[in-house]
Ligand binder design. Structure first.
Ligand code: 13P
Ligand code: SF4
Length: 305
């Protein structure tokens, strides 16, 4: 079947079922192009908190869909492919966090959005890569801040705040952004001398140290769109290139590494989206006793924005 026909069917089903499609910036280009809301974790969480749709199709990974479900217990939240499981969210164990909380009884717990709903129940507040620094600064509770699981984002925040940040676990990371090696960046800079480097804080500290701008996926898009420069080297997942070109069509973007692909983010396809709308399988339901506790730190994040 032709892509055009599948898109028409998706549109028809969406209208019929009062559904909305949320897509992360790293999704496939054709998915980005049909989504109602495209953005990073902050944008998608805000959209999920505000939508009046009855059904929400989440084109992203598991922790994103869980967050949408936590905020929308009465709506149908569906992933086109539940196999999209982010490895970073699996790197933090509740037991380690509980132990850290016992060791630092005055600490506040700030957890990255990239955690499971159950883990979020242990947080005082949730953050995304776009607001982690701002929220760490605004949190007025105890010290230190226990932060997890991404050590790249922890490095970014620690370098810009006077607050003490303790990372739980010590070695949490994104295997995709960590593929961007310092050698890749050096080579790209040699090939494109003088071009500004933008990138994501999930990258390694040594790669971050070479960036002119570090931000969330949406932050990178906004920065490049509004900057005076016309060319950028991008240290992020390659899916972002499509969104960058859409948002700033007159500018040129070079990926630092062409092989930086999150295969999990690419799991939703147009066919799977149509199936999700039609058959309503692969629903994401968070048990209410977990959702009630996970909602609190997510809503606190939304209040800080
Ligand atoms: P953003 O919130 O910056 O979109 O990042 C989410 C993510 O998982 C990137 O790997
Ligand atoms: Fe998870 Fe990294 Fe993929 Fe984001 S890019 S979903 S953190 S594996």
């Amino acid at each position: 079947m032709e892509e055009k026909q599948i898109i028409e069917q998706i549109e028809r089903l969406k209208r019929h079922k009062n559904a909305v499609i949320l897509a992360h910036n790293y999704e496939r280009p054709e998915v980005v192009d049909i989504a109602d809301v495209v953005g990073g974790s902050t944008t998608l969480t805000k959209a999920a908190a505000e939508t009046s749709a009855d059904m929400i199709i989440v084109c992203g990974v598991d922790f994103m869909a869980e967050t949408v479900a936590v905020l929308n217990p009465d709506k149908k939240v569906i992933m086109p492919d539940r196999g999209a499981v982010c490895p970073m969210a699996q790197q933090i164990f509740e037991k380690d966090l509980q132990e850290a909380k016992e060791k630092y009884p005055d600490a506040e717990v700030l957890l990255y959005m990239n955690t499971h709903a159950k883990t979020k129940t242990l947080a005082d507040c949730i953050c995304t890569s776009g607001n982690a620094l701002k929220i760490a600064e605004l949190m007025d509770g105890g010290s230190p801040i226990l932060f997890g699981p991404d050590r790249g984002l922890a490095y970014y925040v620690s370098n810009r705040t006077t607050k003490e940040i303790i990372t739980i676990p010590e070695y949490g990371y994104c295997p995709v952004h960590h593929q961007i090696a310092i050698e890749d960046l050096k080579r790209a800079k040699e090939e494109h001398p003088g071009v500004k480097v933008v990138g994501h804080p999930e990258c390694t500290p040594e790669v971050q140290d070479q960036m002119d701008y570090i931000g969330s996926t949406s932050g990178i898009v906004e920065y490049c769109r509004d900057a005076e420069e016309a060319e950028f080297l991008v240290a992020a997942e390659v899916g972002l290139m499509h969104v960058l070109k859409k948002e700033a069509p007159d500018k040129t973007f070079y990926p630092v590494s062409n092989t930086t692909v999150c295969t999990l983010m690419k799991m939703p396809t147009l066919l799977k989206i149509r199936e999700a709308l039609e058959r309503e399988k692969q629903r994401v339901v968070v048990p209410e006793e977990i959702a009630i506790e996970a909602r609190r730190p997510i809503e606190r994040m939304l209040e800080y924005l």
